[in-house]
Design a protein around this ligand. Structure first.
Ligand SMILES: Nc1nc2c(c(=O)[nH]1)N[C@H]1C(S)=C(S)[C@@H](COP(=O)(O)O)O[C@H]1N2
Ligand SMILES: [Mo]
Length: 322
């Protein structure tokens, strides 16, 4: 079987469709972003939010500590160039088919090795103190974006369930519902992951202040294609570690099985830290294309978050434990 995380041929060398570079709307958005925060508030995000219609605005304090200097990736690219295989393998499928995902009612069960397992209603989770943080997202396919997420540290959620001393990992699980996710209907697409989509982190990675539970981006709730109503964002790891539309987090003593590792273990390891020195078996990870730009940039170790996370991996051979 051909494993196609990079099934999208546009990504093999020419990773941005040319229309995305020349699209007038994107160009205008980009100029507006450069003009700064004032312009952001004026842009009609809701009207661009595809078939979902207007999205609910979210109040969040802007993080002073967690931001990057680079220009934000235009909202339109953030919401139309996605990986979300539950909707199909093409970058455009999540925006095209996202409306079939219903995000109410929605609960997130947090259980496993903890003293106080709990099922949270999404509206309860939206009451956690929300912060806007601008993070880099770097896909294993060598493209990247800069996204203003809204969320709260995963550590705040895990503290509520009180992990026991045996807990060493957290497993994340995405909703299974073939009616809402066309990509989960057998035979509809050539390539399918083993559903549900699962991911995992070591507990110290999960508790790291950078690890964010996100419920929104660009001042609004998450569009479905970006993992509504709730997902994790782990900015120093390849994008696929940031699992979407979560229904379950489980504290475990064993390293969780992850979807991409099961699909192609030689290509996608458990750690999947962004690492320019470790090539993917089929392409280099040394450089990346920022969506919206023509030039290639050098990929940074830990996606530029090394000062904050490198100590988590001291003594580990990151070439072997990729
Ligand atoms: N459930 C689920 N989560 C997922 C994926 C997926 O296919 N299914 N794709 C991952 C990959 S490969 C990437 S690069 C990011 C993309 O996030 P974005 O679309 O919000 O930019 O989501 C990740 N989370
Ligand atoms: Mo990805």
């Amino acid at each position: 079987m051909l494993i196609t995380h990079d099934s999208d041929r546009r990504l093999r060398g020419e990773d941005i469709p040319s229309r995305e570079i020349t699209d007038h709307g994107v160009y205008l958005n980009r100029r507006a972003f450069m003009a700064g925060a004032a312009a952001l508030a004026l842009l009609p995000w809701g009207r661009e939010a595809s078939a979902q219609g207007a999205l609910q605005p979210l109040q969040a304090s802007k993080s002073a500590a967690y931001k990057v200097q680079d220009a934000l990736t235009p909202y339109k690219s953030v919401t139309t160039y996605n990986n979300f295989y539950e909707f199909g393998t093409d970058k455009g499928d999540p925006a095209a088919h996202g409306a079939s995902l219903k995000t109410r009612p929605w609960t997130l069960k947090v259980d496993g090795l903890c003293a106080k397992p709990k099922t949270f209603d999404i509206d309860e989770l939206l009451k956690f103190p929300l912060e806007e943080r601008v993070y880099r997202l770097r896909c294993v396919e060598a493209w990247s974006m800069i996204i203003p997420w809204i969320g709260f540290p995963l550590s705040a959620l895990l503290a509520r369930v009180e992990p026991t001393g045996q807990a060493k990992y957290v497993e994340f699980t995405t909703l299974v519902n073939p009616e809402m996710f066309p990509g989960q209907r057998r035979g509809l697409f050539g390539f399918a992951l083993d559903w549900p989509y699962t991911e995992g982190l070591r507990l110290d990675e999960a508790m790291h202040p950078l690890t964010l539970v996100t419920v929104g981006l660009y001042g609004q709730v998450l569009p479905n294609q970006n993992g509504a109503p709730i997902r994790v964002v782990v900015p120093w790891k390849y994008g696929f570690k940031s699992a979407k539309s979560l229904v379950h987090m489980r504290l475990t003593s064993e390293e969780p099985k992850t979807s991409w590792n099961k699909a192609a273990g030689n290509e996608y390891g458990f750690y999947s830290n962004v690492n320019p020195e470790v090539s993917h078996p089929r392409w280099s990870q040394a450089t990346e294309r920022r969506i919206g730009e023509l030039r290639r940039r050098d990929t940074l170790m830990f996606n530029g978050y090394g000062d904050q996370v490198a100590s988590l991996y001291s003594g580990m051979d990151l070439k072997r434990l990729y």
